[in-house]
Structure formats: C-alpha cells, structure tokens
Design a protein. Structure first.
Lengths: 164, 188
C-alpha cells in the first residue's frame, strides 16, 4: 500500500464515533495507534487478549463502548471469550486485529492464523473488513454502527502498511 | 464452611455493590445467596470474572465492585491478579472461595493446596490481602472487608460440597443479564 492513514486521524474517528474505552495487547502493526491512545491517556494495556475482552465486557456494562486491540495470534486466545461472553450476552466490542501472516509473507509462527483469519471470523459470524487506507476512516464508522446495531463484536483487520 | 455458607456471610453485608460471579457452581451459589439488578452471573468464559469486574471498576469508579471467584478460575487467569494490582482500582474487592477443586465438573482437584492464591495476590501488589479458614474468622472479617479500600483480596478456604446443585439455575438469559446490569449502572 502506498498510502496510509495516520494513527491520530484513526483515533479521532474512533472517538468521534463514540468509542470511549480502549484496551488490548499490542502488535507492531498498530504500534502508532497504541502510542496515540497512550498519549491521550485512553489506553488500558492488558496481559492477554481474552482478559482484555473481559475488561471490555465489564466496561460495556458500565456504559462504555469498547475497542480491543490484538494481533491475530490473540484471536486464538480469545475465541472462548467471544463465544461464551460477548456473542452469548450480546456485548459489542470493536476488535482491531492485526493481520500477521497476510498473503503468507511473515515469520512462520504467523502463517497458519494468517491464512485462516477471515474464515475464522466468518465461522464465528463476526462481521469484518480489512480496509485500504482510503477506506479506513469510513470503515470505523461502519464497524461502530454495526456493533451498536447488533450488540455484537465487529472486527477491523489491519494489514501491513495500513498505518505506514 | 461451604461456598454457600461463605457467600451468605459476605453478601449479608452488601448494599448496592456490583457483584460479578465466576462460572458454574459459583454463579448458582451466589444467585442462591443474594440477587440484585447489579449482579452478573458469568456462565462461560472461565477465568474472566476478575477481568470483567476490573472493567466495571475502571469504567465506573463511583461504584464498588465485588468479584466472587473460585480457585479454578483464579488459576486459569492468574494474570488478572497482576493486572488488577497494577491498575489498583480502589473500588474493587476480590473474593476467592477456595474449595481446592473444580466443583462444577465433578470435584477434580486444583493445585490450590500447594499454591497459595492469597500469596499470589500479595506478591502481585493488592492493597490488602487476607485469608480466613473458618466461619468464625469470616464472620469477624466480612464487615470490615466490604468497606476496605481496593484492590483487596480475601481468600476464604471452604469445604467441597455438599453434593448436588448449589442453588437454582440462573433464571435470566445472558442477554437479560447484560441489559439489567446496564440499567443498574445507568448505561444509556
């Protein structure tokens, strides 16, 4: 990708859309986004992705609209929380998932999850988009609108280069 | 002292606290002891009751939150002890009812007879950590505990059993539980 969206404009759009609780586990592909959230004192770093989903669930019940950052490796850790907490109890969360192993070009530990990521989300009936830079901000609005409407998680997949 | 006895003793000191109960046996026992609009019964996602309680505590600092956890749950997500201690929410109380077993799945032993979970919480850095092993000790501690500045961790050693279900099945659907907790917390 030649173009990119800045972390600041991405976070601005999330906040404008109503997202007001940010947690997760880092990935280098969203390092800039996490740094921007930390600069604004909006980010609560968690230790495991499923724990981050638990924190997000609690925050949602307390009136927040949460986002959970994770690498796609963390989606594997998260499947039971998604299945038996968020999807079951109808709790929205914007999953910002980095797509390591995209097109098979990455370190070996990312290749299996990288190959199945969209299909895994399809299996769990979690709507997802992997925006190009030009569509990223509009897709934030789509994701927030969809998760508020369905009260279930929605995923935005971050391919390498989205944030430069 | 059983889980039910311990929950009855603690919950009689509670008012409008948010309660989060871990899955299985614990949720049914907690529901049997005391229900309120601000009670959440986790039926799946084992290990995450403490994380859910942390999320409520962080997002709603004006409400006190009590997590009713079990030894199996704490051992499944011990990182939550570290996360809670580091975040240090003053409004979070964490109770671990330790029967040394996975009561919901037939009483298989956990390792809490060899790994002291109160010592883990203390090492993580909870503001206050206590351990009680008798009904008398719990009765003495409970009124003070519910007033403590968090994060506070109370390990209550309980006996396994009695046989049979610890309480009625939770009558609410999961979706109803989300909705009533949001109402109780004033979420729009």
């Amino acid at each position: 990708m030649n173009d990119s969206v800045t972390p600041a404009s991405f976070v601005d759009r999330l906040v404008a859309a109503g997202v007001d609780f940010f947690t997760g586990v880092p990935c280098s592909l969203v390092g800039g986004v996490i740094a921007e959230l930390e600069r604004r004192r909006l980010y609560f770093g968690e230790l495991r992705e499923d724990a981050a989903l638990g924190v997000a669930a609690g925050a949602y019940m307390a009136g927040k609209l949460p986002l959970v950052v994770m690498q796609n490796s963390g989606l594997g850790v998260s499947l039971n929380a998604l299945g038996s907490l968020h999807l079951l109890y109808e709790m929205p969360a914007l999953l910002l998932i980095t797509w390591r192993g995209y097109e098979g070009k990455d370190a070996p530990e990312h290749l299996v999850m990288g190959a199945v990521l969209p299909r895994l989300l399809d299996l769990f009936e979690i709507p997802h988009r992997a925006p190009d830079p030009a569509a990223a901000l509009a897709d934030v609005d789509w994701a927030v609108g969809r998760m508020c409407e369905t009260r279930k998680p929605v995923a935005l997949l971050v391919r390498p280069g989205l944030f430069g | 002292m059983t889980v039910r006895d311990a929950l009855a003793e603690i919950t009689r000191h509670l008012g409008d606290e948010v309660c989060v109960a871990s899955n299985g046996y614990m949720s049914r026992a907690a529901f049997g002891a005391r229900d309120s609009e601000a009670s959440f019964y986790m039926i799946g996602s084992m290990g995450l009751a403490s994380s859910i309680g942390l999320g409520v505590a962080l997002a709603k600092p004006t409400r006190r939150v009590v997590v009713f956890d079990g030894d199996g749950n704490v051992l499944m997500n011990p990182g939550a002890l570290a996360s809670i201690a580091a975040a240090a929410p003053a409004n979070l109380l964490h109770v671990c009812l330790d029967n040394g077993a996975h009561a919901s799945t037939g009483g298989q032993r956990t390792i809490s007879d060899r790994v002291q979970l109160d010592a883990l919480a203390r090492a993580a850095g909870y503001r206050w950590v206590g351990r009680v092993e008798t009904a008398a000790a719990l009765a003495a501690e409970a009124p003070a505990f519910v007033e403590r500045e968090g994060p506070a961790f109370l390990l209550v050693k309980v006996a396994l059993g009695p046989d049979g279900p610890p309480g009625a099945r939770i009558p609410f659907t999961p979706v109803e539980m989300t909705a009533r907790m949001r109402r109780a917390l004033g979420a729009r």
